[in-house]
Design a protein around this ligand. Structure first.
Ligand SMILES: *Cc1c(COP(=O)(O)O)cnc(C)c1O
Length: 377
């Protein structure tokens, strides 16, 4: 008991429904712990738990349900992600981080009582032309320097006035996003902060600026609502190591098992392209996980992993369904031995760095055929 296994698209998959030994264990108690760190780091702010992209691959419904008793609200990337949470019983605030993509979504934003970002003229026009049954909640996106989406700081006053004068707009907020909050102390952070404040021109507008990195390192940006994402999943948001991230607990353990073992002589090549060549008598283990499951194909020889709790390394090119690893000197490890790809013993950030990416991409890239096992429900 206590563990449920869930497939994608809301379909319930029975325990042990997958024949392969590969699964991702999701530690919901770690996510609750990490959310509490976000709250304690910004004690005067409310925190929207960012659960876009299926909660960064951790299962949006299960994560939202686990956090709902204490979370102030949630943030997602699109209407479908928001409705999935509403349908699973989440009643808290849900923010659409990119607002709507077409005007016909506004009826559902209204019916589901969602909060939306308004980041461009078209969205502004759609909101002004809408005829909702309840007042719409709009957070005006300010482009304070990221230059991805949002209104120029100088336009904020006019947009705020237009929405403020609209009878069917209720709550009004201001939101911006940092481009370099993961590099604490970088002068661009202060420039964005100053440009955001200048945009508001001293008006008392409910504001939201902080992603995980700013939650942990930038108290001046905490304001009314924070938006922690990656930190909830136990990953440091910082480029370099930072003490503020030390208490985070990893929330995903990607595990498989050894499905074949062989001994190779020095000089023998291994796997596609013979990328790895044995430089000594080598005991090779094969584990059931590959790039179709989300294990990065660009992981080089030497990428860390753990077998039966002991550290070892990837050898040979990652294939679609299998990887090879070095079992030399681990004579006692055989078929069925557990292999941890990332988790408590193998930091996902180290695997990501070895493969030239970030843990965000590893987590969101977990393949559909990998069952998620939620623990600590
Ligand atoms: C994804 C996202 C966040 C969360 O960022 P993390 O780095 O994962 O904390 C916050 N705000 C916006 C606008 C986002 O798109």
């Amino acid at each position: 008991m206590g563990a449920t296994k869930n497939g994608r698209r809301g379909k319930v998959v029975r325990m042990n429904a997958s024949s392969r030994p590969l699964h991702a264990r999701i530690h919901l108690d770690a996510i609750r712990h990490n959310y509490r760190i976000a709250k304690a780091s910004a004690p005067s702010s409310r925190a929207l738990a960012v659960v876009k992209a299926n909660a960064y691959g951790h299962g949006a419904i299960e994560v939202a349900r686990a956090l709902a008793p204490e979370a102030d609200g949630f943030a997602v990337a699109c209407l479908e992600e928001a409705l999935e949470l509403r349908e699973s019983g989440i009643r808290d605030r849900i923010l659409l981080l990119e607002g709507v993509f077409a005007p016909d979504e506004l009826a559902q934003v209204d019916a589901a009582e969602l909060t939306m970002v308004v980041h461009c003229r078209e969205q502004l026009d759609w909101v002004l032309a809408a005829r909702p049954e309840r007042p719409l909640r709009c957070w005006i996106k300010v482009d304070s320097g990221m230059h991805r989406v949002g209104f120029a700081p100088g336009d904020f006053g006019a947009i705020h006035a237009a929405l403020g004068a609209c009878a069917h707009v209720g709550e009004l907020g201001a939101i911006t996003h940092f481009a370099r909050a993961d590099e604490p102390g970088h002068p661009f952070i202060q420039r964005q902060l100053a440009d955001f404040d200048r945009a508001l021109g001293g008006k008392a507008v409910m504001s939201s600026l902080s992603n995980s990195a700013a939650v942990l390192s930038l108290p001046r940006a905490h304001r009314d609502w924070t938006r922690p994402g990656i930190m909830l999943y136990g990953i440091s948001p910082f480029v370099a190591s930072h003490p503020a991230a030390a208490e985070l607990r990893p929330a995903m353990t990607l595990e498989s098992a050894i499905i074949a073992v062989r001994d190779l002589a020095p000089g023998e090549p291994l796997g596609y392209g013979g990328r790895f060549v044995c430089d000594r008598p080598t005991r090779v283990g094969v584990a059931a996980v590959g790039y179709a499951d989300g294990y990065p194909r660009h992981a080089p020889d030497g990428t860390p992993l753990a077998v039966a709790g002991r550290p070892t390394r990837l050898i040979g090119r990652v294939s679609m369904d299998m990887i090879m690893l070095d079992l030399t000197g681990m004579e006692d490890v055989g078929l069925g031995a557990p292999v941890q790809l990332w988790g408590d013993r193998v930091p996902a950030a180290e695997v990501a760095q070895a493969a030239g990416t970030i843990a965000y991409e590893l987590f969101t890239g977990i393949g559909r055929r990998v069952p998620l096992i939620h623990e600590g429900v």
